[in-house]
Design a protein around this ligand. Structure first.
Ligand SMILES: Cc1cc2nc3c(=O)[nH]c(=O)nc-3n(C[C@H](O)[C@H](O)[C@H](O)COP(=O)(O)OP(=O)(O)OC[C@H]3O[C@@H](n4cnc5c(N)ncnc54)[C@H](O)[C@@H]3O)c2cc1C
Length: 351
């Protein structure tokens, strides 16, 4: 019997595994994909790699202001993607090395929870006194009718494009949607953002949303707030996004549509019902300030608890949890989240 089994090797899970080893716990970490989770593979790191491309491009476009004459400029999206993949691969290897150096037992595969002390991965049974669920979140499917799913991508798919779409419609004016708006606008797309709420960044500071709107206007990004997307349908060569707002219908032509309307907890195969683990009305696992769920010996951390946002929050929790949680960490998230996103939005060209 191990001390701890952790499902999910993202920032929540891998840091918890390392910390548990530092505290002398026999720890098993199960990951079905690449270590580093969303953050390293499909989130913070790849987007920041692209933000850097965007920042360089913007410097070039603004070079005249600094009396620098630049000749012909071309941008190779496939090359940028390869660079992004290299950055990700390097960081994933770093995490793997850290886990190995700390003696974390690693198992590759999709974990299924049998009971609170038993997890199965491809027929292999692991028993542990404590279970930590760190399975993160995944994009929700588009909440509007789509005639051709290839036309509508989520953030995972947008990160793997080899060509810059001429016209990109982004549905969702939250942090993810806006970050991609800045990136692809710098890459040369004509970007339109459609947001259901009256303001951008509805889940965050309203003042920030207003400032970003001004900044986006300067970048010639079209923004429509208070609109409901009705459907995405063919209209000749491009596709047409139809949305309705207070002033009637609007139609936006697009070669590609990003659906960035939110994320849901990744809990398939965890048998939450059978275990009696309490979830909130959106399906996120309820956990207290020690990451404890309502079932003794079962903990949950990071995005799977609905604590979406900075992966640093997952890491802070993972690094301490019940055993060494810094006292101040509960008061930090809002400010640190703002800082994280402000920093990256600046990189993407927003003031
Ligand atoms: C486009 C984008 C940009 C972002 N940018 C930022 C940013 O700039 N700053 C920031 O702070 N945050 C950012 N985030 C959020 C950040 O990525 C997440 O908050 C963070 O990754 C959450 O960590 P986690 O460990 O909870 O979950 P994840 O990182 O999602 O890790 C969960 C892991 O569990 C694995 N898993 C799931 N189910 C099973 C199973 N049954 N068996 C085995 N393994 C399983 C998954 O494969 C995954 O590797 C961004 C997110 C996105 C999508």
């Amino acid at each position: 019997m191990k001390d701890l089994v952790i499902i999910g090797g993202g920032p929540g899970g891998y840091t918890a595994a390392i910390r548990a080893r530092q505290l002398g716990m026999e720890t098993v970490l199960i990951e079905k994909d690449r270590y580093g989770g969303t953050c390293l593979n499909r989130g913070c790191i790849p987007t920041k790699a692209y933000c850097q491309n965007a920042a360089v491009l913007r410097s070039i476009y603004n070079s005249k202001e600094f009396n620098i004459e630049v000749g012909h400029v071309s941008f190779d999206m496939a090359g940028a993607r390869r660079r992004k993949d290299d950055v990700v691969t390097r960081l994933v290897s770093g995490v793997e090395k850290l886990l190995k150096d700390h003696g974390v037992e690693r198992i590759k595969g999709r974990a299924e929870v049998i009971d609170k002390n038993t997890v199965v991965v491809y027929g292999q049974t692991i028993q542990a006194r404590n279970l930590l669920i760190a399975t993160g979140s995944i994009p929700v499917p588009p909440p509007f009718p789509v005639m051709n799913l290839e036309m509508v991508v989520n953030s995972d798919q947008l990160l793997d494009l080899d060509k810059v779409p001429q016209r990109l419609a982004i549905i969702g004016g939250g942090v993810i949607g806006l970050e991609f708006a800045g990136i692809f606008s710098a890459f040369g797309s004509q970007v339109t953002v459609l947001e259901y709420q009256p303001d951008l960044l509805p889940a965050m500071d309203l003042e920030l949303g207003k400032r970003l709107r001004i900044s986006m206007k300067k970048q010639k990004i079209n923004v429509h707030t208070g609109v409901v997307v009705e459907q995405v349908e063919p209209a000749g060569n491009p596709w047409q996004v139809t949305a309705t707002g207070k002033t009637g219908s609007i139609h936006v032509e697009a070669d590609l549509v990003l659906s960035a309307t939110g994320r849901k907890a990744c809990t398939d195969g965890l048998n939450l019902d059978q275990l009696g683990i309490a979830v909130d009305d959106r399906g996120f696992i309820k956990a207290d300030q020690h990451m404890a769920t309502n079932i003794e010996g079962v903990y949950a951390i990071g995005d799977v608890t609905g604590n979406a946002g900075p992966c640093g929050r997952g890491r802070r929790g993972g690094g301490g949890g019940k055993y060494s949680r810094p006292k101040s960490s509960r008061t930090l998230p809002c400010h640190s989240r703002l800082r994280v996103y402000l920093t990256r939005d600046r990189q993407c060209g927003f003031e």
